[in-house]
Structures are given as C-alpha cells and as structure tokens.
Design a protein around this ligand. Structure first.
Ligand SMILES: [Zn+2]
Length: 606
C-alpha cells in the first residue's frame, strides 16, 4: 500500500466506486448479480484498505458511505426508515473475529478477564425487511434500500404466512421488527423448475428469487411465491422488551415471529474459542439446512453496551458477520461428454479442471441438455463459474470467456454409444438416441434399473456385474437375468467369483422369479414408483408376473411412460461417485456430500 502514489490511489478509488455501484445496482435493483458475494466483498475491502491508507481521498460517493442501493429507480413507492437499517461488517477468519472482540473490549474499556456475552445465529441469505407494527397491527413493511430509504412492500408481505398481521402478547405502541425474507432451497429449485417450464426468468440463487418475488408491484405475484421470514432485530420502538439482545429477540419470537432455530447466547466465558466452536457447528450443519446461509452473526448481548459501541459508517460496532467460504468458484471446462440414459436421452456432462466449491472438490457438472449448453454458450476451453446451489448437483452458471475465439460446441446428432441418429421430438428439449434396443447404453441402463433397489432389488447384481455380463453377451434383456442359472460354470470362471458368491447371486435371482407386481412394473419402467402408483395397478395386476417379460407391455414399459424416473436414475448416477454413468465407462465423479435424492425424485434439480 505504501508504494502506491496518491494519484494511483485516487484513480483506484474512483474505479472501485464505479465498480461497486454497478454491482450494487445489479444485486439490489435487478436481482441479477454478475459476481460472487466473495468477489464483491473483496472489492469493498480493497476500497476500505485504500481509504484507511489515504483518508483524505475518501470520495463523496464512496461505497463505504452507502448501504445497499438507492430505491429511486424502483417502481415501488418509497419509505423513509425512521431508524436507519444498518448492514454488517464481515469477518472471514477466526483471526478477524478475534480482532473484532478485542476492539469491542477496548472500546468498552473492559478488563481482559471480563466476559463479553454475545448472541450467535446463522446468517440467512435473504432480503432485509423492516415491519412496522402500530398497536400490534402491521402498518408498513419496507425493504432496506440504501438503509435510509427503502421500498414499500406492505401489501406484498401480507402474503407471507410467517409475518403476522396482528401480534399477540404485551406489544409496545410502536415496534419495528427487522429480519430477512427468504426462500427455502427446495422452494427455490421448484420455483426455477416452474419458471423454466413456463419459459420465464431463472433466478441465480434463493436470495435473488426471494428479492425478485417480494419486490413486485403486483402483490399477487408475491402471493404465488413460497416466501418465508425470520426476525433478527428491531428498528424504531416505543419500548424495548428487555435489556439484552437475547431477551428482545425472544420477546419478538413470543409475539409470533419465527427466529433462527440456531439462535444462541454465548456467555463469553469461552471467549473467542466458544464463538469459533459455534461457527464450526453451524458450518457442519449447513449443508443439511433447508435454507441457504452465508455465515454466522455475532452481536454483543448487552443493549447498554450496544448503545455505547454505536456504529461506524454503515455498520454497528457491536455486530459482526463471520462469513463462510465461497460456494461458487471459477475453473476451466475441459470437455463435454455425452451420457446415454435408459430412455435414450443424451445428457451432456461438463468435465472440469478440479475446483473446490464450498469445501467440496467438483470435477463434473450436469449441463442438462442441448438448450442449456446453447444458453450458456460454453465450449471446451472456456473459463466458467461453477456453483453449488442448494447443496445438490453442481451447476455451471456462467461462461467467463464467451468472446474467446473457439469453435462453438456442436451437440451430437448421433448416439455416441450405438451410432444411431439422435433427435429431439418437436417441442422437446431432450435429444434422444433412436436406436432403442439396439443401443447398448439404453439396454444396460434398463437392466440396471430393472435390478435396482426400487425395482427387483437383486442382491449381488451390481452395475459393474451388469456391465460385465452384458459385454459377454449374457444379458440381452431382463428375461436373461432369470437364465443366468444356466451359466453357473461360466460365472465361476470369471475373476472375483467364488462358489458362494455365485450361489448367493443365483439364489437372490430365484427369489425374484415371481416378483411383486408393483416392483416388476417399476422395474420395467411402466410406473414411476409403486408407492405413488398403487391406483394404476388394476389393469396390470392380473398379467403382471415374470411372464410379462418380452410381451408388448414390456416393450411399452421401456418407452416414454417413465420419463421422470429415467431422468431421476440418470441424475442419481450423475450425482453419485462410483456408479457407472454409461456402458463400460467410468462414472462422472461429481463429488457431493449429503446429496438428497428426494430433490431429484421430485424433479427439483434447479
Ligand atoms: Zn444409442
């Protein structure tokens, strides 16, 4: 910093002010950010460093003087906050949290041994909102805007079930509850799926979806969106129900508001270590949480201390957001492979230079279909942004080098497995191999599905074994599974098979010779799930036994009836390391922990 001349610093500050204003507008006004929060934070920090080194150069339009974005451009009417809505300072390491605690201690002139109790709660990634209650009745709701002036979203929030119209209990005359409007991960993926279906705009993440859903001129749009709310603080208040942060938050909860389920008070005895341990706990629980969080917020618990600490610029000294590492990352798209599924669908998979995203190494992303590749405009060799949205399957969200001179990617018009023509039906986005049963990929995928747990559930007949037996020509169709007992000696001659394992395999096949009708129909792809489709059985029940194999029903069962199920199986395979994605090929190793199969089964892949 010291080598930087004053002129250079002034230039850089000017550039940063413009850049940050640009990204603020995209983020707050258009709900369409171009850079990650981490990249944004880096710009803000650079600005703060320069301003600290050159205090005379602080600009009138400095980003450090602004919170959020001006509501001026919004079509919604404006609301002037009676008490400014602050934003939080960020810490990115334990060291920075320690520095914050030390600053608080110095500012309050506390002795080294005096405990500083703080509250800690997960920082949900939503849209800040202030809800004004007069005599316990909701009078006005406003977004943060620039912290001084926000947008009026009163009619919109009336459609959010978590926000009470009337409060119950001992309510002050005037009280502004502050918190976050957010969208749960599942609701976000479902919304995007519906938007996609309807040809509408897709949201980049749950936060943008929540913001875009709340900030609507037509409150009916908001009503149709699954928004939630939780409270974490307050603004103007004629009386405050307590002497600590915890007491007031619990009072707000008692009036009928949800608060973070992970809200705790740390009594200060453990010092910094206790805060960091709590951060670790929240970080571990994070992937399984139903909503997106981006950090843990600490607040000094005593309100008299908060008052003494006050704020500096746009942020209170008594609070800190301890952020989690990025869940987006940049890498290179090395190639695009095509996998062929059970119903012949060609699914493109992006192979990546390995990259850490939110603590997980990602080497593959699903590219969904031909249209998605065209939309992203990606080609092997491009630098791309990868995101783990909702902790499910990593997605490729942006091409950073669209202008680089590279040949456009051409989606194959022939099946890479059998060479048959691959086409998309009129109005369909999916390209399918027309090879049907001559396509080895489709046949092995069907076999694997047939023996899978939800279907016939044949122990000892795993995917590798299917691939091997298929390659040997022993499994032309599911019916051949029941003929394997005639190949006992052949199997025994293969590497890795012993008398006992062969006997076990043949026994588990025999045990399924007369399978449950539901399992059989599911295995043949006639129904998607026997749990959900009991009612469909009537017409199949009588004829549904092993003898069905090879009949017209069997053929039809392999057709398009079970589209969703085929998709699920394919996605399942994409998401689980170690499972072959197509015949005789290694699996795409999308390394995802705690992958939730239900997200996929419901078609909510974002
Ligand atoms: Zn094919």
């Amino acid at each position: 910093m010291s080598e930087l001349s004053e002129a250079d610093a002034a230039n850089e500050l000017m550039r940063l002010a413009k850049q940050i204003a640009h990204h603020d507008r995209l983020y707050h006004a258009e709900d369409a950010p171009e850079i990650t929060d981490q990249e944004y934070d880096a710009l803000v920090r650079r600005n703060a460093e320069l301003e600290a080194a050159f205090p005379d150069l602080v600009r009138a339009d400095s980003p450090s003087r602004k919170v959020g974005h001006s509501a001026a451009a919004s079509p919604l009417s404006k609301v002037t906050h009676s008490v400014r809505m602050m934003s939080l300072d960020n810490g990115f390491s334990g060291e920075e949290v320690g520095e914050w605690l030390a600053r608080v201690r110095r500012f309050l002139s506390l002795g080294e041994s005096e405990p500083i109790a703080v509250t800690a709660e997960d920082k949900i990634d939503g849209l800040s909102c202030s809800l004004r209650y007069e005599k316990g009745v909701l009078a006005q709701a406003a977004t943060r805007g620039d912290g001084q002036v926000g947008e009026d979203v009163t009619s919109n929030v009336r459609h959010i079930p978590d926000i009470p119209e009337k409060l119950t209990g001992d309510i002050p005359e005037i009280f502004e509850v502050r918190g976050e409007v957010y969208m749960a991960k599942q609701d976000f993926t479902a919304l995007n799926a519906a938007q996609h279906e309807a040809g509408g705009k897709l949201f980049a993440n749950p936060r943008n979806a929540a913001a875009g859903s709340l900030r609507q001129k037509d409150a009916n749009v908001t009503a149709a969106r699954p928004l939630k709310f939780w409270a974490h603080g307050w603004g103007a208040a004629s009386a405050v129900a307590g002497e600590t942060q915890e007491e007031v938050v619990r009072a707000i909860e008692s009036w009928g508001f949800p608060v973070s389920p992970h809200f705790v008070r740390l009594d200060g005895e453990g010092g910094l270590d206790a805060l960091l341990a709590h951060y670790e706990t929240i970080g571990t629980a994070r992937p399984d949480m139903p909503y997106e969080i981006d950090g843990v917020v600490y607040k000094v618990d005593r309100l008299d201390w908060q008052a003494r600490l006050g704020s500096v610029g746009k942020a209170p000294r008594w609070a800190l957001a301890h952020k989690f590492p990025a869940e987006r990352a940049e890498t290179t798209l090395e190639s695009i492979d095509i996998q062929v599924g059970r119903t012949g669908k060609l699914t493109p998979v992006g192979r990546l230079a390995p990259v850490l995203v939110g603590g997980v190494t990602v080497t593959n992303v699903t590219l969904h279909n031909r249209d998605e590749i065209a939309r992203l405009g990606v080609r092997p060799g491009d630098r791309v942004v990868v995101q783990r949205a909702g902790d499910v399957i990593p997605q490729l969200v942006e091409n950073l080098t669209p202008d680089a001179e590279r040949e456009p990617y051409v989606f194959p018009d022939h099946c890479p497995e059998c060479g048959s023509e691959a086409v998309a039906e009129e109005g369909e986005v999916d390209v399918r191999c027309t090879g049907g049963l001559i396509c080895p990929a489709q046949r092995t995928e069907r076999l694997k599905h047939f023996v899978s747990r939800g279907a016939l559930d044949i122990d000892g007949l795993g995917e590798k074994t299917i691939d091997q037996f298929f390659a040997l020509g022993w499994l032309e169709s599911p019916a051949d599974i029941f003929r394997l007992k005639g190949r006992r000696a052949d199997i025994l001659a293969l590497d890795g098979w012993k008398e006992k394992s062969v006997d076990n395999l043949l026994a588990s096949i025999e045990a399924r010779r007369e399978p449950d009708a539901a399992r059989l129909l599911f295995g043949l792809g006639i129904i998607q799930s026997f749990e959900q489709n009991r009612w469909q059985f009537g017409e199949f029940e009588t004829g549904a036994h092993a003898g069905l194999v090879g009949t017209a029903t069997y053929q039809r069962g392999f057709g398009a009836i079970a589209e969703n199920e085929a998709e699920r199986v394919q996605q399942d395979r994409l998401a689980r390391p170690g499972l072959p994605g197509k015949h005789a090929e290694p699996a795409p190793e999308i390394e995802i922990e705690r992958f939730d199969q239900h997200d996929i089964a419901d078609g909510k892949t974002g």
